[in-house]
Design a protein around this ligand. Structure first.
Ligand SMILES: Nc1nc2c(ncn2[C@@H]2O[C@H](COP(=O)(O)OP(=O)(O)O)[C@@H](O)[C@H]2O)c(=O)[nH]1
Ligand SMILES: [Mg+2]
Length: 286
């Protein structure tokens, strides 16, 4: 099995430049990360990118991540970054309201500074950034639906982008900023693949699924044993799962391909349980 995860950095410098141009237009940045991998889904050079602008961090997908670690990570990042951090499940209306409330709170500081600089008051401008698949578009959609906003083009913004009025205090850029998942660390790349943040053709699903089973066994041994029905004597691997399911292909071999897909989707949907794949300790951060 090919072990290396590949990516194609050719377009990345250009994307980074375009992202910076967009970030220049906003006052407050909404940074979305995946709560199942709070370290690997967070861009390490975010401070350089965000130029000291106030930031609201969303640790998203809390419905499929470990409640205990949601709390640990949120307070860890609050302390480390000084940003407001909220744990979100975008299906929760109350979480959408919380995001809006936090934006309004942050907008007070921003507007105060504008007034001090002698600038005219206006709604605070915000945009959503993050790696692929963390929930950027969902965040935008939920904020916009909530506001039943009318959209309107604004001067100085390219025509593909529009400011959407969330309420009389907040305007949101209707397209997210995508931070490419460039990872020089193969273990981080592997975890991004596990949560579906890397395109499927960049990795070997069977390899990633097997590593996922091992990692979950390390962290959530009981839950995994129960879900797959592993006996003490059995290897906790794809082959065993395939035989248990009776997924056999020609030559009486276990159908590893099918098993890998099953394992990945069971984890990603949260069917097995609410799991977080990394802790501040095992990432030895910053
Ligand atoms: N379980 C769960 N899934 C979510 C949540 N927010 C978004 N998603 C899902 O994650 C996937 C990627 O979301 P999307 O907004 O397209 O991510 P983007 O690539 O960052 O724009 C979609 O299938 C969403 O339905 C959440 O809070 N919980
Ligand atoms: Mg999107």
């Amino acid at each position: 099995m090919a072990k290396h995860i590949h990516w194609y950095p050719g377009h990345i410098a250009k994307a980074q430049r375009q992202l910076k141009e967009k970030l220049n237009l906003v006052d407050v940045i909404i940074e979305v990360i995946d709560a199942r991998i709070p370290y690997s889904s967070k861009y390490k050079k975010i401070n350089d990118l965000c130029m000291n602008k106030p930031r609201l961090m969303l640790m998203n997908k809390s419905d499929v991540s470990d409640d205990n670690y949601n709390k640990i990570w949120a307070s860890y990042y609050k302390k480390e970054t000084g940003c407001d951090v909220i744990v979100t499940n975008l299906s929760n209306k109350s979480d959408i309201k919380l995001i809006i409330d936090k934006l309004i709170a942050l907008s007070k500081d921003v507007m105060q500074k504008r007034i001090q600089k002698g600038l005219l008051p206006r709604p605070v401008r915000t945009m959503v950034i993050g790696m692929p698949n963390v929930g950027k578009s969902s965040t935008i959609n939920r904020l916009v639906n909530k506001s039943k906003a009318k959209t309107g083009a604004k001067a100085g913004v390219t025509k593909e982008q529009q400011w959407v009025r969330i309420n009389d205090k907040v305007e949101l850029l209707d397209t997210p900023g995508i931070i490419p998942t460039v990872q020089d660390d193969q273990f981080q790349a592997l975890k991004l693949a596990m949560v579906n943040s890397i395109g499927e053709n960049a990795y070997d699903s069977e390899y990633v699924a097997q590593k996922l089973v091992y990692l979950l066994c390390e962290k959530y041994n009981n839950e995994i044993r129960n879900y797959y029905g592993f006996e003490d004597s059995e290897n906790m691997d794809l082959e065993t799962i395939a035989y248990k399911k009776n997924w056999i292909i020609k030559g009486n071999l276990p159908d590893i391909k099918r098993t890998a897909q099953y394992v990945l989707s069971a984890f990603r949907s949260g069917k097995i349980g609410k799991f977080t794949l990394e802790t501040p300790d095992d990432c030895a951060i910053i």
